[in-house]
Design a protein around this ligand. Sequence first.
Ligand code: SAM
Length: 340
Amino acid sequence: MNISAGDFSLITDNEVQNRAPMNRTIVLTQEERERLSISLIKDIPVESFKLPPQGTIHGDSIQISGKLPKSFVDLIFLDPPYNLTKDFHGQVFSKRSVEEYTAWLDNLLTAFKSLLKPTASIYICGDWYSSASIFTAASNHFIIRNRITWEREKGRGAKSNWKNSSEDIWFCTMSDNYYFNVDAVKLRRKVIAPYRNGDGTPKDWQETKEGSFRDTHPSNIWTDITIPFWSMAENTMHPTQKSEKLLAKLILASTKPDDFVFDPFLGSGTSSVVAKKLNRRYLGIEQNQEYCLLAEKRLELTETNKEIQGFSDGLFWERNTLSSQMKENYSPTRGACVKK
Ligand SMILES: C[S@@+](CC[C@H](N)C(=O)[O-])C[C@H]1O[C@@H](n2cnc3c(N)ncnc32)[C@H](O)[C@@H]1O
């Protein structure tokens, strides 16, 4: 079987050989494309799937949603193309009017809604411009609970506007009966004002060899997310890849082990990879075969590496705290950073 990357090969074998030693970007060899394509779910039944399949479906999620069983999803992560013109490896999404984008979103929420359990949580990503459409479309279908705004470090400078350095994730639920585990998503912050109790003991914080930390409740402003880049082990060439840390927060807050995570715009596979690392079931759909194969490669890599950068010891850490995390988990016998 000849599986080609098409005219838009993400990176050539030559480029891989000559790249900087610190570059850990996940790439596909031709042998991997052929081997991993076998694991993609391509045989869509004529009627519908009797049980929810687990893995990666290559195809159009809106069409395929009609073939999936009803009410199996605990968490749906929707990271659709934003209302921008963007080339996804040859498949271009074109910017449209706010009204048209809202109608497009409404249509896909209608398609996916019947797949959700009555207790399901829904997370929908967008930039500031898409956000108004998300609010309008989501409020037709779900209870909107919050909007998380996360700092997107890699914004492009603008000469006549404010640089865009944020993105939103709208948090919705199907009903008032939903799961939310705030203790699973605490953020470990360095203490700036180390107040003490009358007896001298730390007030709400811990003193450790590596410094003073406070484990805080997560708010709807996230400043601890790093966009994957070339020296990170999770990085791929996907143009809008989300970080594993971001997905880990959503999955840990809104699902229990063995719950079902569904992502109909899977891209490079981040949601499925994190679901697998955290022992949840997962299904992703992606229209582009090269991205599907990247997702499969990342899923395969989880067999030997379950680390999630920025999450260790059951806690999320602020950016640039790797050395503290390593010291916290330092094993004198193995002499290495041990992830739990
Ligand atoms: C914003 S990206 C998702 C990135 C992903 N969260 C990640 O971490 O890599 C959106 C993805 O949706 C895919 N896509 C767009 N329309 C689709 C459709 N109708 N069915 C399946 N995938 C689609 C695009 O190819 C693109 O990879």
